[in-house]
Design a protein around this ligand. Structure first.
Ligand SMILES: Nc1ncnc2c1ncn2[C@@H]1O[C@H](COP(=O)(O)OP(=O)(O)O)[C@@H](O)[C@H]1O
Length: 289
């Protein structure tokens, strides 16, 4: 068992024994913009590349359902050579496994609720153990932590370098979730939604074209059971109630990088790299993404 997964399990057990109540973090005095600038500037001179031992990248992605955490975390993980660990994927794998946990999880996930911290910690610890056995170092977490208690547990066992908080206008989130499709054969992710929203307060219009599947995938597309309008609305409500405080948790610790997605992938990806101060002088890495 890896040191980190062991520590997560131990910390979670202690927290549940003590019924850990987490003190609210003190608000940071500096403005969010100044904190973000300092955060990125702190990494200038070095780059975000993994260190020689590959262990430097320990990042977390936060953001509402449909914002694109999986897309951007996946791209960065391929670019930086660190595993992308999405707790939503771990939950869906457990759901598909038809094991004893599967029925219990379906009830929760298909109603847009959060799985208990204990179940998530167990799934994550198992995934980290497997990674350790395969020599993985570093990680980009996507969808974890999602509650203050999960954030406290993670903070207690390892140092998170950076938390990227992706933001997108609420009108786009619902449409993006409902438009999501996956090819059941090749596993490719697509989106049939065409989003075109008027600019706010004189700001630019937001256009996100659909990401359509190639002809060979068209008949094999599946939709996630929790991507119905009713369930997405519940997931958004749960996010605002339980997950938004996690943003504040990291903001107060000076780790939060806020990133407003300006549009679709072609427009947003280079700007995200820029915000992360990831140089790409010879374009080799862009090709890998
Ligand atoms: N860290 C977590 N804590 C509790 N439940 C989780 C966590 N991560 C994933 N889940 C469960 O898996 C579902 C799907 O997660 P995910 O794919 O990350 O969805 P989303 O698109 O809402 O961000 C969530 O709605 C929730 O039920």
């Amino acid at each position: 068992m890896s040191a980190m997964s062991r520590a997560i399990r131990a910390c979670a057990a202690t927290a549940s024994r003590r019924n850990l109540s987490v003190a609210a973090a003190s608000p940071q005095e500096a403005s969010a913009a100044a904190a973000t600038a300092a955060l990125v500037a702190g990494r200038r001179g070095g780059s975000w590349d993994r260190g020689e031992d590959g262990s430097r990248v320990q990042w977390v992605f936060l953001g509402c359902p449909g914002v694109g955490k999986g897309t951007y975390a996946g791209r960065l993980s391929r670019m930086l050579g660190v595993p992308h660990i999405a707790t939503g994927d771990l939950v869906r794998d457990a759901l598909a496994s038809q094991g004893p946990l599967s029925k219990q999880l379906a009830e929760i996930v298909n109603h847009g609720k959060l799985v208990s911290d204990e179940i998530i910690i167990n799934l994550l610890s198992k995934r980290l153990e497997e990674g350790e056995e395969n020599g993985e170092l570093g990680f980009i977490l996507d969808g974890f932590p999602r509650t203050i208690r999960q954030a406290e547990i993670l903070e207690g066992v390892t140092d998170i370098d950076l938390v990227i908080n992706l933001k997108l206008r609420e009108e786009a989130l619902l449409a993006k979730c409902i438009g999501r499709r996956k090819c059941s054969q090749c596993g490719g992710n697509f989106n049939v939604a065409s989003i075109d929203i008027e600019g706010e307060n004189g700001g630019p219009r937001m256009y996100m074209p659909p990401l359509l599947p190639p002809a060979e995938c068209e008949s094999k597309l599946i939709t996630r059971a929790d991507d119905t309008e009713e369930v997405v609305k519940e997931r958004l409500r749960v996010y605002h109630d339980l997950c938004e405080p996690v943003e504040e948790f990291y903001r107060a610790r000076g780790k939060l990088l806020e990133f407003n997605l300006p549009g679709g992938i072609p427009e947003s990806w280079p700007k995200l790299l820029q915000a992360l101060n990831i140089g790409d002088p010879d374009n080799k890495r862009s090709a890998a993404a």
